[in-house]
Design a protein around this ligand. Sequence first.
Ligand SMILES: Nc1nc2c(ncn2[C@@H]2O[C@H](COP(=O)(O)OP(=O)(O)OP(=O)(O)O)[C@@H](O)[C@H]2O)c(=O)[nH]1
Length: 427
Amino acid sequence: MSAAHELASRCAVLLIEDQALVRDLAAQTLRMRLGCTVEAAGTLAEARKLIDARGADAPFFVAVADLHLPDADAGKILSTLTAADIPAIGVTASFDKDLRESMLLRGAVDYVIKDNTQVFRYVADQIRRLWCNRGQAALVVDDSAAARQLVKNWLERQQLTVYLAADGQEALEVFKEHPDICLVVTDCHMPRMDGFGLVGQLRRKHDREHLAIVGVSSSDDNSLSARFLKLGANDYLGKPFTYEELCARVNQNIAMLDSVATLREQATRDALTGLFNRRHFYDQAPLHARSAAVNGQVHATLMLDIDFFKKVNDTYGHPAGDAVIRHMAQLLARHFNDGLVARLGGEEFSVMLTTTPAEAKARAEAFRQALEESPTAHDGRVLSCTCSVGLCLTPGLPAHELLQRADLLLYEAKSSGRNRVCASDAP
Ligand SMILES: Nc1nc2c(ncn2[C@@H]2O[C@H](COP(=O)(O)OP(=O)(O)OP(=O)(O)O)[C@@H](O)[C@H]2O)c(=O)[nH]1
């Protein structure tokens, strides 16, 4: 399930706003932009009822709360939400420094000033960010225990999982234990290994598109930021920084990683089936074919094509054809989860495996049989299909020749009756 679908189906937002017009506008904007459940209250008493009704099993993910309600002030609203363990985004018409400080002290995740109709778009973006931050891990590296604990608290408020390290050396050890860390916030001057050393080490293995690094320092030497960035940091923050500054930078960097991951996914995956697409397959096939096969193994190349697929489209319609393609893809992914599996286009698929010739033949045949015996359903109809398979087992060939030969064998399987595997002679 994509993050957007998950958010739409699982996230519930509590909206507390006493002005009916603003409440309706906010609810409409949040529902439209997030697709999720939004429950609205006009007073804190009503909000309490909504919180109780949800109970501990399906709590609100976040509350968007006007901080001036007829039955409560900012302090009472925020402490009620904190007690219920609901992160709060404060909404206020009148903003001042004291209110900001009291909001942040009471654990508000963020605040917005209600001075234009666009503020709830920002709120929706923040909620989406918070939702996506769950399950993302960050590492804070600082030799000052107080400084790293403060940053940890702030990042946890943004729903991130946070690990700590007191210097670069320890950071590398923590990183080894938690390779899922996607963001590092590192101080500059530290014993054993400083921030520059750490950035250098991390960049040996992790590029900017997979790991975001934010350098921080309290030094007034303004060459530090350039040095961090040249070594490969994505961003730099001078100490002291505010909660809002840190969150904005961190969230921007994580959002950049997410965008790159989405683009990468779109560039390499087939949208209908989720399998690798033709481009990725042809990029990877030569690497696959070149990697050494040992112990009597070869690089087996399969070309597979659904039989008489046009008839499925013509008889039941294109959506039914799509369902058959997806079914074939799921079965392929399951049967060949150790190989490179791709949809090359239309109803044509390819698989590259490293295995023994006998096993490749047995697995290709097992797949053909499994497809024949497992119809799929679409729109209340049972749809069966079969496929033809060309299997090239010739060792030592470059990828393009393996694929050409597998294609010729597929042609042979089609012309000799379909629903069969035609394999080249085993070496
Ligand atoms: N539903 C659906 N149909 C597609 C898609 N891509 C290609 N097709 C259709 O796939 C059909 C392929 O038909 P043919 O190449 O004649 O092959 P076939 O009917 O399977 O016949 P044989 O391969 O000879 O057994 C065409 O009707 C295409 O329009 C797709 O993404 N979805």
